[in-house]
Design a protein around this ligand. Structure first.
Ligand SMILES: [Zn+2]
Length: 398
């Protein structure tokens, strides 16, 4: 990211979602008829319309709604090829069992890094155009030392949060020799990858890694200074969520099959439950019980899980609409989970809110309120996107 310079005034904001209840009304801290100034990348001032200090650039919100930029805390954007035939077959009734990942592994291994870079950059632009201002992305389709390593290099060019997922599935050539693959993932592969990532992740699931192997992988990641995340309880009930909490992971992702003990463990921990309803949508599977998690007091994030197999969408507005319609989240809860929730899942205290001191990441919606994101599904309501005070792509300044 280029270093932020100068100042930007966003004027005539009809409704500003700050995510800080102390600044405005309701759980989202909503303010009406305000201007906002970002200085050197950081929100510096919010106040009554037309009373703001001077700024280098002006973005006219024209009375519309402004929300914090979306924080997509779970994506897989580094891969080659697609799996549209698998999707089409699944929609015709074939069940998904995690086997399709090897198709993407083969395509990714044989693709030059320049192709991976081009595809990842295209997906990043797509996400930004829909209001995403922070991306996490992972390796996990290389599964050799050199392929995981170059996938993380590509990831680092498009995402500010990068996750090592050598433990996505056991590499095809290690089938039946899981322990040998775990030794590779926690040994030479980790040595090569840890300097290129902030996070270590493991897919803890039948058909991927059991709890003992997953714990070993997370412990090795932590010993190399990486924060922890877990793909947990996606396809069936399993030990992933309990393991994530036990290990102090920042996030347990998917959480589609939870029992009462899992919900209690999440509610009593700092581990965020990151829900990825795009995966349930695209695999026609039962959605996570978001209501139960929210009512228990667990911290909830929403992310796209963008990947070519089970959720090929970069759209956080789509995920918000799904969460409201299919998971019974209120529009306010969904917006909070897609912004502040994602920030928390990445342990970032500078993102996910619009208040002095937070990074100047915001979206101008072509709508009078954020509820329109769910109320008008499939409609592009993103009028302008600003990251660190810099206008991305759309919008008009003078
Ligand atoms: Zn994932």
């Amino acid at each position: 990211m280029r270093p932020p310079v100068g100042s930007l005034l966003v004027r005539d904001i009809g409704l500003l979602v700050t995510n800080c209840p102390e600044l405005g009304s309701g759980s989202l801290g909503v303010m009406r008829d305000v201007d906002l100034v970002v200085e050197n990348g950081t929100v510096a001032w919010i106040g009554g319309a037309r009373t703001s200090p001077a700024a280098d650039e002006v973005l006219d919100a024209a009375g519309r709604c402004v929300v914090p930029g979306f924080v997509d805390s779970h994506t897989h954007l580094v891969f080659a090829g697609d799996r549209v035939e698998e999707f089409t077959a699944r929609m015709a009734g074939k069940r998904y069992d995690a086997g399709g990942i090897s198709a993407t592994v083969a395509a990714t291994r044989s693709a030059p890094s320049s192709v991976l870079m081009e595809m990842a950059a295209r997906l990043k632009r797509e996400a930004e155009a829909q209001g995403t201002t922070t991306l996490e992305t992972k390796s996990g389709y290389g599964l050799t030392v050199s392929d995981e390593s170059r996938c993380l290099e590509v990831a680092g060019t498009i995402a500010e949060e990068v996750t090592y997922l050598g433990a996505h599935v056991v590499a095809p050539e290690f089938r039946g020799r899981e322990q040998e693959y775990v030794a590779l993932v926690t040994g030479p592969m980790l040595e090569a990858c840890a300097p290129k990532a902030q996070w270590c992740d493991v897919f803890c699931e039948n058909g991927a890694f059991g709890p003992d192997a997953a714990r070993e992988i997370l412990q090795a990641g932590r010993a190399h200074g990486l924060g922890l995340r877990v793909h947990a309880n996606q396809l069936s009930h399993g030990p992933g969520v309990q393991l994530a909490v036990e290990m102090g992971a920042a996030s347990a992702d998917h959480c589609s099959h939870l029992d009462g003990a899992d919900v209690d463990a999440l509610a009593g921990s700092d581990t965020v439950a990151t829900l990825l309803p795009g995966a349930e949508f695209s695999t026609r599977s039962p959605y996570p019980d978001a209501r139960r998690l929210l009512d228990s007091g667990a911290a909830v994030a929403l992310a796209t899980d963008c990947n070519p197999g089970t959720s090929y969408t970069t759209s956080m507005p789509f995920v918000i609409a799904l969460s409201v319609r299919e998971m019974h989240m209120t529009p306010d809860e969904a917006l909070l989970a897609a912004t502040a929730g994602g920030a928390r899942a990445l342990r970032r205290d500078d993102l996910g809110a619009l208040a002095p001191g937070f990074r100047g990441d915001l979206v101008v919606l072509d709508a009078p309120s954020a509820a329109h994101l769910a109320y008008r599904p499939g409609v592009d309501l993103v009028a302008a996107v600003v990251r660190a005070g810099r206008l991305l792509g759309r919008g008009v300044t003078r």
